[in-house]
Design a protein around this ligand. Structure first.
Ligand SMILES: NC(=O)NC1=NC(=O)NC1=O
Length: 174
């Protein structure tokens, strides 16, 4: 779809298409719809980013809490969203051996106990080795730093999901 088509979508279709670009946060999509027309994909990305940045810390933590654990209950139970399932499988998180699965679960729990929100990373930009390394390393950070970093990862996930939906190049004028 090109940006002209995006701009022409009625509200319901816009939310149907873009409602999960931020995992389980269709509110963000519903909010930025009124910012149309978007000049290009970067404008749409910027509108989402600006909405997120304007949230209070509690709102940012809420976005992080909407994310399923990596290699967690939702993956095991088959209740991941399509996007999340593809992302986690792409990083090999659906093929962990028992030791890896146990380590990820233990680190995810430790991370959540420490910060009160889950570890979030853009799975498509990492493989399982780096995700495990980041998970153990980021457990040691301060909460404010992890809230910021988690939101940065949310934006990376969002941008990749948007790129799968909207053609970045300007529509052909010819
Ligand atoms: N906790 C997470 O980081 N979840 C996820 N990262 C992704 O890239 N997809 C997810 O579901």
């Amino acid at each position: 779809m090109d940006i002209n088509t995006v701009n022409s979508l009625p509200y319901e279709d816009f939310v149907d298409v873009f409602g999960n670009v931020v995992e389980k946060c269709p509110l963000i999509t519903a909010a930025v719809w009124s910012r149309r027309p978007f000049g290009n994909l970067a404008d749409l990305e910027a509108a989402i980013s600006e909405f997120i940045d304007a949230l209070p810390e509690s709102g940012k933590e809420g976005i992080l809490r909407c994310h399923p654990d990596l290699a967690g209950r939702d993956l095991r139970g088959g209740t991941l969203t399509r996007e999340s399932r593809e992302e986690q499988a792409g990083a090999g998180l659906d093929a962990l051996d028992a030791a890896e699965a146990s380590r990820v679960a233990q680190l995810n729990d430790a991370y959540k106990r420490r910060f009160g929100f889950p570890f979030v990373i853009c799975a498509r930009m990492n493989d399982k080795g780096r995700i495990l390394q980041q998970l153990s390393q980021r457990c040691l950070n301060e909460a404010a730093a992890e809230r910021t970093r988690g939101i940065e990862e949310v934006k990376k996930i969002c941008n990749l999901r948007l790129k799968g939906l909207v053609r970045a190049d300007p529509p052909n004028k010819l």
